[in-house]
Every structure is written in structure tokens, then in C-alpha cells.
Write a protein that binds this ligand. Structure first.
Ligand code: PAF
Length: 281
């Protein structure tokens, strides 16, 4: 696997691929890779001639007091996993090169960013849209792959791609779960043993609402109550939001007549966990 750390070299390589009309798949990550990331990489490898993965812990998407400094960095392990899968190129920009002195251009995210994570993590999505657009400009991909676990991030980025007519094809890939249902996340490693045990209730709460939906319950307030009661019964009381929304606009839905997504964010100890499930006919 080739490695590039310089932004200009990355762009030069991408231009070369472009001149050869190569189909390039791109998976942006912040490292601390797990099976969820690997599922995106595998999808890219299966559908593109060249696959690029980036690892960059992007300071612009972390707020003051968030976990930028302590975010897990497991480069050696990440390299081994990507190499084994057959990734063509790993892009590892340095912070100083990516955000050179005087960097001051940011992408204003679309309105779908102005709720849920966007209200709880000020400027988070502005950091995400900025880094992702710049990564696209450096890697010039044909196909880009993101995980559904960060459902709002997917909505924000696919809207940005549409609004700005970016010439990339967006792919939202299904959540990969641990055996007990917990959605895979780099932040799961922050959980203590007892918190990890508790965390399984998050996906179980979603599945209990899904079961009720599949049995005919279409009222959002009832489905929300089923999931909330489940969380509370299992000792999860710090629920940032638990909501049923339209998958594109993320506006709340009361009576379900078409596909929706049930989104949840909850805190267990000091760790914030996100999960979601599509409720489809
Ligand atoms: O989902 C992530 O890991 C990050 O938000 C991303 C898309 C790599 C941008 O830094």
C-alpha cells in the first residue's frame, strides 16, 4: 500500500488517475479503524479500480472540551488492516499541511445540519463539510463511502454534494454491529466494562421500536415512548435526543406514512453514543 502525506502530492496522484480515467473509490476516516470502516473499504475495493483511504483526525470538527486530544490513534493497527485488505493508497495528511498557516475558508453546512448533532456540537458540521470537501478536491474520487451510523453526517454530506454539484457518487453503507447489537464506533473503546454492558440497550431500544412498527404501530409518539422506556428501564437516562425523522430533511415525523429513521444519541458515563434504524415498509 502506497502512503502519501503531502496534500499537493496527493492531488498530483489523483490528477494522474483522472487522466487515466480510473474509477477511484474514497473512504475518509479519522482512524481507529474497526469492522464498520472496513466494510466501507471492502465496498470501495469491489467497485473501483483504485481505493484511497484517508486517516486524519480533523481538529475543525471538535469543539472546545471535546475529545480531539484523546481521540484514539492506532495507526500501526490501522495500516496493517488496510494493507491486508489491499487498499491502494493511504492518505495521511499532517495538520500543518492540511490547514496551512492563514487557513480561513470554511464550508457553511446545509440546513439539515441545524438540528440534533448540529445544535449540541457547535461548528461540528462546519468542520466536517470543510474537511470532506477539501479531501474530495485532493483525492478527486468517483465514489465516496460513509457509514450510516453517523446518519446526520450522511444527510449533511449528501446534501452538500447535491447543492454544489460535486462530481462524486455518495454511498451510505449500513451500520455494522457487534454481536450484541452495539453499533461499531471508534468511541466504543472509551466504555468501561459496566458501561459497555449497558450500551447494548441502545440498539435493543431501537429494535423494540422497530418490532412495534413492523406489528403495525405507525404513531411516532408511541414508537418513541417504547424506545425511551426501554432505555430508561436499562439505566440509560441521559438521552440527548430520540426522534423519528424524514431521512433526507431530518424533520420530525408524527404519523409514519413513508420511510423514516429513528435516531438516538445518549450518554453512558462520559461517552456519547449514536445509533439509528431505518423504519421501512
Ligand atoms: O466520520 C468521520 O470519521 C469523520 O467525520 C470524517 C467524515 C472522516 C471527516 O473527518
Amino acid at each position: 500500500m502506497e502512503k502519501i502525506t503531502s496534500c499537493s502530492e496527493m492531488q498530483q496522484q489523483a490528477r494522474q488517475w483522472q487522466s487515466e480515467q480510473k474509477r477511484v473509490g474514497f473512504v475518509p476516516t479519522m482512524g481507529a479503524l474497526h469492522e464498520g470502516h472496513l466494510s466501507l473499504v471492502k465496498e470501495s475495493l469491489a467497485h473501483n479500480e483504485t481505493t484511497v483511504v484517508s486517516i486524519f483526525v480533523n481538529p475543525a470538527q471538535f469543539g472546545p472540551g471535546e475529545d480531539f486530544e484523546s481521540y484514539p490513534r492506532t495507526l500501526e493497527n490501522d495500516l496493517a488492516m488496510l494493507d491486508q485488505l489491499g487498499v491502494d493508497l493511504l492518505f495521511l495528511p499532517s495538520q500543518d499541511d492540511f490547514y496551512q498557516d492563514g487557513f480561513s475558508t470554511y464550508i457553511e453546512p446545509p440546513v439539515v445540519a441545524n438540528r440534533f448533532e448540529g445544535t449540541l456540537r457547535k461548528d461540528h458540521f462546519r468542520g466536517v463539510t470543510t474537511v470532506v470537501l477539501k479531501l474530495f478536491m485532493l483525492t478527486l474520487p468517483t465514489n465516496v463511502y460513509f457509514g450510516q451510523k453517523d446518519f446526520q453526517q450522511c444527510a449533511v454530506l449528501s446534501t452538500m454534494i447535491d447543492d454544489l454539484a460535486l462530481p462524486v457518487q455518495f454511498h451510505r453503507m449500513p451500520i455494522v454491529r457487534e454481536e450484541d447489537g452495539l453499533a461499531m464506533s471508534s468511541r466504543n473503546r472509551y466504555l468501561s466494562e459496566s458501561d459497555r454492558e449497558k450500551a447494548r440497550a441502545i440498539s435493543a431500544a431501537l429494535f423494540s421500536a422497530q418490532a412495534a412498527f413492523e406489528n403495525g404501530e405507525k404513531e411516532g409518539c408511541i414508537l418513541r415512548k417504547i424506545a425511551t422506556d426501554y432505555l430508561q428501564k436499562h439505566g440509560i437516562h441521559e438521552i440527548d435526543y430520540l426522534t423519528i425523522v424524514d431521512p433526507r430533511s431530518l424533520t420530525e415525523v408524527e404519523t409514519i406514512v413513508t420511510d423514516v429513521v429513528l435516531l438516538v444519541a445518549a450518554r453512558i458515563g462520559t461517552t456519547r453514543l449514536l445509533d439509528n434504524i431505518l423504519l421501512t415498509e
